[in-house]
Each structure stands twice: as C-alpha cells, then as structure tokens.
Write a protein that binds this ligand. Structure first.
Ligand code: MN
Length: 231
C-alpha cells in the first residue's frame, strides 16, 4: 500500500524490564469509578453503569516526560489511575472470562483540563478537548500479568512535589477490572493494544509549571511527569 506521506509511527508504552514496547491502538478511560471521587465531582457514588470516554493514542507519554503546561486551560488536574493493557481482542466478553484479555498493568495519569470539562458539562458538550489534548496520558512501564497477576488491591497514590495528594486503594474501585473490560467489550470490539484507564480516587487537584507529579501503584513502576511553562 502506498500513502501520500509516511504514516505516523505507532504510539507505544514502555514495558518494565524489556526492550520491546507495547503498541497502543486506542485509549479508553472510565469516568467516576471511586465513590469518594464521584462525590467530590458532584456525582452519585452508587453503582451506575460505568461510562467511557477516549483519548487519542498519541496522547500517551512515558514516565520521565517533561510536558509544557497545555494551552486553553488555567486548571490542569492530575488523576492517578490503574491502566489495563489489552492483549487479546474480543466482544461481548463475560466478567468471568475478562482476565484472559488483559496483557498487563501500569500506573497512569489522566491529565484533565478541569475548567474545559466543567464548561463541557454545563453546556452538554463533549469532554474530548478537556481530556484528549497533547501529552494528556502519561503512562508508566507496563508489567505483564505473568509477573504481577491481576492487582485487585494495593495503594494508589499521587504525589505532587513529594506531597501526597491522592491516597486510596485499588480495592475501592466501584467497577473492578473484569467488569470494566466486560462492559467496554459490549459497546465496542476491544483489540490488542487498547489501554483502559480505570478511573481516579478522590483528591484530584491542580498542577502548575515547575511541578513534578508522580503516580504510584503498589507492585507497579511509578509514572513521573514534570510540568514546565507553556511553549
Ligand atoms: Mn480519569
């Protein structure tokens, strides 16, 4: 096949202790999946079915990245999240079978232009530009299920300049990983390379130029992001 210009290199995520990288196909995110965060955002912490939004694959950046403060916002927020990497495609997957489709896990940060998101909510417009901007998905090295299993509990934290801003446990997820995979596969056909950011606990807050934001999840490698002044 010939293209009118060279196609872009695939987006990808590092893999812990390996030189190969994980090619990224799509990035899906779950909204409001910890009760305390749902409440802090003015939502209902009950088990309403999970809802999804997306970021472009090329929003993914590695740990250690330096990110210019994004344009069009005065309220950039961190959101510490467990990232699920899909290794096998399928649709209409049952909760019992869902773990078979997971290749591994990583720590991630669902960076959000909170002011744009608030306007989008008020005007019933899409969240795309609040969530899917350049460099909006820092993701740490993936750990294979063969090495770490399926983490269902363990600390999830976000530190800004060393100060703890988010501090929760994966056990507090409203919808667990197998349920999230099952739900997603009923609305789209999932495919190898898909990533799912599973939602953030309470304590989201602003980042400013000069800040270093670290997301830590017990048993996984952290993801560190430095914010520098806008270009
Ligand atoms: Mn999020």
């Amino acid at each position: 096949m010939e293209f009118i210009f060279p196609p872009p290199a695939p987006a990808s995520v590092a893999i812990a202790n390996r030189s190969e990288r994980f090619p990224v196909r799509r990035v899906f995110c779950v909204g409001r999946n910890y009760a305390a965060h749902a409440i802090e955002m003015g939502g209902d912490p009950n088990r309403e079915p999970p809802f999804f939004f997306a970021k472009p694959a090329d929003a993914v950046v590695d740990s250690g990245a330096t990110i210019p403060y994004p344009p069009d916002t005065e309220n950039l927020h961190h959101e510490a999240e467990l990232v699920v990497a899909i290794g096998k495609g399928g649709r209409d997957i049952s909760v019992d079978d869902a773990h078979e489709y997971v290749w591994g896990y990583a720590a991630g940060n669902d960076l959000t232009r909170r002011d744009l998101q608030q306007v989008a909510k008020e005007t019933r417009r899409p969240w795309a530009m609040a969530k899917g901007f350049d460099h909006s998905a820092p993701i740490g090295p993936l750990h294979a299920v063969a090495d770490v299993g399926h983490p269902a509990r363990g600390a999830i934290k976000c530190l800004v300049n060393g100060e703890v801003r988010q501090d929760a446990d994966l056990a507090e997820l409203i919808w667990k990983v197998p349920e999230v995979v099952a739900f997603l596969s009923k609305t789209v056909t999932i495919a190898p390379g898909d990533l799912i950011l599973t939602g953030t606990p309470a304590g989201v807050g602003p980042l400013k130029p000069g800040d270093t934001c670290v997301v830590q999840i017990e048993g996984l490698t952290e993801v560190s992001t430095s914010i520098v002044p806008s270009r």
